[in-house]
Write a protein that binds this ligand. Sequence first.
Ligand SMILES: N[C@@H](CCC(=O)N[C@@H](CS)C(=O)NCC(=O)O)C(=O)O
Length: 205
Amino acid sequence: MLTLHLARGTISVAAHIALEETGLPHELAWLDFGRAEQTSESYARVNPKLRVPALVTPDGILTETPAILEHIASLAPEADLMPADPWAAAKAREAMAWCAATFHVAHAHKMRGARWADDPDAHEAMAAKVPETMTACASLAEEMLTITDGPWLLEAVSVADFHLHAIARWLPGDGVDLAPFSRLQSHAAAVASRPAAARALSHHG
Ligand SMILES: N[C@@H](CCC(=O)N[C@@H](CS)C(=O)NCC(=O)O)C(=O)O
């Protein structure tokens, strides 16, 4: 049995979609960020990084969205959510690495400035820059979506699409006008039109 530790609307949406898409038996362990449950002693025993997602597996506990997504895909090869072709697989990993290290981190500057500075003025300055940095990231994502004719990052849907979508959902709230980004809009619609993804998304507001 797999247990996904997750919180509403966070990056854990990606792993939630992937689990739902594969149909792998799993349980959900929800954390309430409003009550700072991610900082509790009991959760620190699951993930000492105090972040979601964390996936508890029979082999141990896995953290970091790209690793979790690839592992879920590998546990359900029939769902075909990670390309078999080495080049396409590397491109999927490239997209997930960028989502985790750049796109997600740009967003985090809105609410989590305390990770990088103690000065409240610095927090304000970081938050003020978020519409600009997230718009720049949206432009790059739009460009990444031009590699194929379809709605996906690669020829077929992959877990990288779920990672991208989990972050792209934050764009309007981060002050990004989606109007110029037609491929990102089609990508969001394509994810939402998949019944399993929609089931997962319905829990995240
Ligand atoms: N590198 C991690 C980042 C995970 C992460 O930052 N998750 C956020 C939610 S979007 C979190 O748990 N934040 C809790 C906090 O900052 O207190 C990943 O990609 O999974």
